[in-house]
Structures are given as C-alpha cells and as structure tokens.
Design a protein around this ligand. Structure first.
Ligand code: SAH
Ligand code: SF4
Ligand code: F3S
Length: 469
C-alpha cells in the first residue's frame, strides 16, 4: 500500500498568503478585475474549477463568461477523447487575438490534457500566448503561480509527472446552490487499456473521512440538498487509509448527518461493486436509488482486452443482486463502441446486454485512441463508418428503452428535488426524481431547493413532465 502525500496546512496557508498579496495588487486597479474559468470534462474537473474560482475570489477577482472582459482566463481541460482535446486547442488558439488587444491578460491552462508531455510541449512551442500551464496534481499551488505572473515576466510550466497528493482547506466558489460535488478520492489505479486518466490524474488516494464529513456537514448546513460524492472509482475508497473505513462505511457516516438531503456518488467500477455496497445503499435512506455502473462492452474478450477485470456474467449477476434489494434502482452506464478489434458479433453482445439490463440512460462513446495507452497500439481494422453505424444502432436501441422506461413513470407520484429552471414554457422548473431522472415541473421559482411531491403527467426519451400533487 502506497502512503498518500498530504499537503500540510502550513503550505495551504502559504498559498492563501499569495492570494492576499494578489488581492492587494488587484485592489490598486481602477476597477475590480474579472476572471473567466472555462471547464471541460467530467465532474472532477467541475469540482476542481470550483476551487480555482475559490482561489481567484480570494485574490480579488470577480467572474465573467466573456473572454474580452477577463484579465485572467483559466481553461480547465480534459484528455479523455481526441475530440475534447481538439475543442480546447481550437478555443485556446482563438484567444491569441484577444490577448493582442489586451496584453495584460493572463492565460492559464490546467487539467488533464496539459499533464500529457506531448501536449504541454505543443503549447510551449505553438501557443506562445499561454502564460501558465499546470497539471491537476499541483492545482493547490495556483495562487503562487498566478502571483508570480502578476509580478514577473515570463511563462510557467508545472506539469512534472507526480503520483499526486491531497490538499485540504482550499476555498471553493460553487456554481450551484442546491447540488454540490464532494470529492472523496482522486486518481485511478485501474489502467483500463483505453484510458488516459491514470496517467494524468496520478494514483488513487482517499481524503480522510473526517475531512469529507466536515465538508458534507457544512454543505447540508448551508442548505445543499444533493451531495454527489466523486472519485474515478469510489468503490475503492479507503484502501490507502489507516482508518479501515471503506466506501460503504463512508456512505453510512454521511447518511447519519442530520438533515433532509440526498447522497449520490460516481463512478463505481463493477469489479469493486460488492453486495455490501448494495446492502448499504438499500439501508441508508438518504442514498438515492441510482447507480452509474459502466460496463463499456458486452463481450468477454473485449472486456479482457480493456483490462476491466470482470466478465459479462459477473456484471449481470451484480445488477440482479442490486435489483433484488432495490427494485426501482435507476441504472446508467458508459459504453465504448469500436474498441480496437471489436467485431460485429462482439458489438451485438453489447446490444444484447442493453436489452437484458434495460438501463435508464447511457453515455455512449466511440473509441478514441489515446497516445501512451496500451489500446492505442492494438490493431484497429474496423472502418470509422462501420463504427458510426454501430454507434447509431446502439443509441437508437437505448432511446427506445429510455422512452419505454420513462413512459412507465406516467401517473406515478414521486418526491422530487427542484434544482433550477428548465427553460421550457409550461414546465418552468427543472427537478430530479429520486433516481436522478430529469423532470420538468409546473410551478414557481420559490420551490427551487425544495423537495416536492410531483405527479408525472408526461414523458419522452430524455425527460419526464409533471405537476405538483
Ligand atoms: N472512472 C470511470 C470513467 C471515467 S472516463 C469508470 O471507470 O467508469 C468516462 C468514460 O469515458 C468511460 O467510462 C469510458 O466509457 C469513456 N472513455 C474513456 N476513455 C475513452 C477512450 N479512449 N475512448 C472513448 N471513450 C473513452
Ligand atoms: Fe479510466 Fe478505467 Fe480508471 Fe475509469 S477505472 S478512470 S475507465 S482507467
Ligand atoms: Fe477528462 Fe480528466 Fe475527467 S481526462 S473525463 S477531465 S479526469
């Protein structure tokens, strides 16, 4: 077992002191300077961006979504698929014009994409208007980097390969007032053969239970109603801790916090989703009846090539065990179409698995080779058009299943959490069913942040519609 490096409170205080110094510089400007934080990728990145905003706020920045107005631009990037990278590079490239007009602008790139040496090098050579590049493992040093750039000329690159650490006590400016992210662990040890995450996010490391509980309690106290616990594989929480607390134990302790709120979590790896987890979910009344359990592919050979370390049958058995305990569990999954060497017959097994499990919703992706991963070296003979055809078949099948599952809600009354505005005339509120399905509801803004009983009156593939009952 590898011991987790923890950043000392003195180090964080030092970073907060840089915030104070930057705030002093910024207070001398004629108007309050603004920052723009743009986030790509998954919820972990969203959570990281909330901390970047927390630091920026302490440095005296207000926020804008308009690049032209921003003195500091932070782009928090994702490397999961080539498409995500190309989008970021396009947007970063376009920033060069704004910077010509506003030479005082500081452009920062962080997140998973820049942790890859080839990308960091590309930015160094070809994107010379980028001032600061730092990887996810050193996010806690952002104040120091930015303060240096405010006081000295030059560029900063901090993307050395590190196993990663845990830093507590970083302030956060959260985007939402009803739902909050709570990271419980960082990094990944699984090395699925297609995936870049373990290379850019470092090794698995767990936050201490007392730190997580303190954060959860504070959020509930502030009125948050929906806490989503985050980690690449939350089921392996605690393996690096001395406390002997596993993820189920953590769920139980968060469930014991007094208050009216829901607990969700993601992501769960099927190989580590145990009967103990299912039994804990069933018993803890605040744990929402929803599980995101990615299966990636329906064929055993492909699962093996992916290094997922579970079989199709094991997956089906786990789903059956979970449904026996929580019959109305909402199940979602991730699927990759067109993994190198996947044949038509193997793809059919993915469709078959969909029919057997009948997921409520799916996140579907076409395989994208990630340089440096084992799968990127594997022969990949299937032409892209064929993969697209399979992808479309998969989406079509899932849309039919989702529509059928949603139609079955009509007439039911559910306790839903109103989380915002839907932007849809007639059903102005956006809410979530206990299993996190989107439901658009008739009602007034004063209900935002409240649990209300909603009668489902309509449904389509993507969402439900309802009125207060
Ligand atoms: N830790 C999570 C997944 C994080 S990445 C888990 O193991 O479930 C989110 C999803 O992106 C993955 O589940 C996978 O379906 C998809 N993905 C990851 N790498 C990919 C790649 N190279 N090409 C296409 N999809 C990929
Ligand atoms: Fe990637 Fe696999 Fe880790 Fe998920 S479990 S982040 S898919 S390596
Ligand atoms: Fe992307 Fe990094 Fe998340 S690669 S999906 S932002 S962990």
């Amino acid at each position: 077992m590898q011991r987790t490096t923890r950043i000392s409170p003195a180090e964080i205080d030092r970073q907060l002191a840089f915030c104070g110094q930057a705030a002093q510089l910024n207070s001398q400007l004629p108007v309050r300077p603004l920052a723009f934080v743009d986030t790509y990728g998954c919820q972990q990145n969203e959570a990281d961006s909330e901390r970047i905003r927390g630091f920026l706020s302490r440095m005296g920045y207000g926020f804008t979504d308009d690049e032209e107005q921003a003195r500091v631009i932070v782009i928090n990037t994702c490397a999961i698929r080539d498409h995500a990278e190309q989008k970021v590079l396009g947007n970063v490239g376009a920033l060069v014009h704004g910077k010509r007009r506003h030479p005082e602008q500081i452009i920062c790139l962080c997140g998973c994409m820049v942790q890859q040496p080839r990308t960091a090098e590309k930015i160094r050579q070809s994107y010379r208007h980028v001032d600061l590049v730092f990887g996810p493992q050193v996010l806690w040093r952002f104040p120091e980097f930015l303060y240096t750039l405010l006081t000295q000329r030059g560029r900063i690159f901090q993307t050395a390969d590190e196993p990663g650490s845990i830093a507590e006590g970083i302030p956060a400016v959260r985007r939402d007032r009803v739902k909050a992210w709570v990271s419980v662990m960082y990094g990944c040890n699984n090395f699925c053969s297609y995936c870049i995450v373990p290379y850019v996010r470092g090794r698995e490391r767990s936050r201490r239970p007392e730190d997580i509980l303190a954060e959860a309690e504070a959020l509930v106290g502030e009125g948050y109603r929906d806490l989503t616990l985050l980690g690449q594989n939350v089921n392996s929480y605690g393996r690096d801790l001395e406390e002997g607390l596993d993820f189920s134990g953590l769920l139980e302790r968060i469930n014991a916090i007094p208050g009216d709120f829901l607990i969700r979590f993601m992501t769960s790896h099927p190989k580590d989703a145990t009967p103990r987890l299912f039994e804990t979910m069933a018993r803890c009344e605040k744990v929402a009846p929803v599980l995101h359990l990615p299966f990636q592919a329906g064929s055993d050979r492909i699962l093996r090539e992916m290094n997922r370390r579970h079989t199709r049958q094991e997956y089906l058995d786990k789903v059956a065990a979970l449904r026996a305990l929580i019959p109305d569990i909402v199940l979602t999954s991730d699927i990759i179409v067109g993994f190198p060497g996947e044949t038509e017959a193997e793809f059919e097994q993915t469709l078959d698995l969909l029919e057997r499990v009948r997921f409520d919703a799916l996140f579907t992706f076409i395989y994208s080779p990630r340089p440096g991963t084992p799968a990127a070296q594997m022969p990949d003979p299937m032409p892209r058009e064929e993969k697209m055809k399979n992808f479309n078949r998969l989406v079509e099948l899932q849309n039919r299943i989702s529509a059928e599952k949603h139609a079955a809600y009509v007439g039911k009354t559910l306790r839903c959490l109103v989380d915002g505005l839907s932007g849809e005339e007639g059903f102005p509120l956006s809410a979530r069913t206990p299993g996190n399905r989107l439901i658009r509801v008739k009602g007034g803004q004063e209900l935002i942040g409240r649990f209300v009983d909603v009668k489902v009156t309509g449904a389509n593939t993507w969402s439900l519609f309802g009125e207060l009952s």
